[in-house]
Design a protein around this ligand. Sequence first.
Ligand SMILES: [Zn+2]
Length: 269
Amino acid sequence: MNCCVCGAGPDNTNIHVQAAGFRLVRCRGCGMVYLPEKSVLEMQNYGKEYFTNCNEYVQRWNEFHTAFENLVGKIRRRKNDGHLLDVGTGIGSLMAVASENGFRVSGVEYSPWASDFARAEKGLEVFTGTLEEARFPGETFDVVVLNHVLEHLERPGETLREVRRILKRDGVLVIGVPNIESIMACLLGARWYSLKPGEHVWHFSPATLCRLVRETGFEVIEWESRENNRPSGGVAKRILQTAINAVAVLTNRSEAMLLFARRAPRGDS
Ligand SMILES: [Zn+2]
């Protein structure tokens, strides 16, 4: 598989980390870190198990609700209302919060199980399939959100070009992804929680994410890296993680990044 940012081939890479069962490479052209084996994409399985036992999205609905209140608050500082599309909406947690905050909401979800859940249990309007398959009319949405989605996709650049087509000219693009240059990722190497080699193909840094966003027709408004995974394990381990997380927040090197962008004027014809 070629690099999704600069197009360089897998021959033009160095090993980034390797462990039992997987290896990640770093593109010599642009620094993008990725899983070179395309077959991994076929390992991704987003059925009921993924949303209940693996990630407990269903059980932790209230916890995610609180986290997404924070995210929607940040979105509202750039776009206060309008039509928001959540790409990769899962069981609809972010859509529900955006709706409560005054947005008209639509969602796209690849998993039939999760999209059925969002429609049946939460009454949300969700298309089952990929964004490209949804074939939304051009310039439809005021806000398009891809929260922890881009790193799962086979061709993230193509998806972003489709986002550009369906985003209004004054619309806002919101992207959340894990940060491969976070302090925790650097300290833990192959043991970093967010590597998730059965799910995550692309591991963005601030530089590679900004470059991909610019090359697919957007201007970066701003990005931040201030969110971390929940500390886990024994008391000493959790205290250490909490201390590292505090430094990461202060230095903008937390485990997740959040980026806001707008459509670049070029190519508007
Ligand atoms: Zn590259």
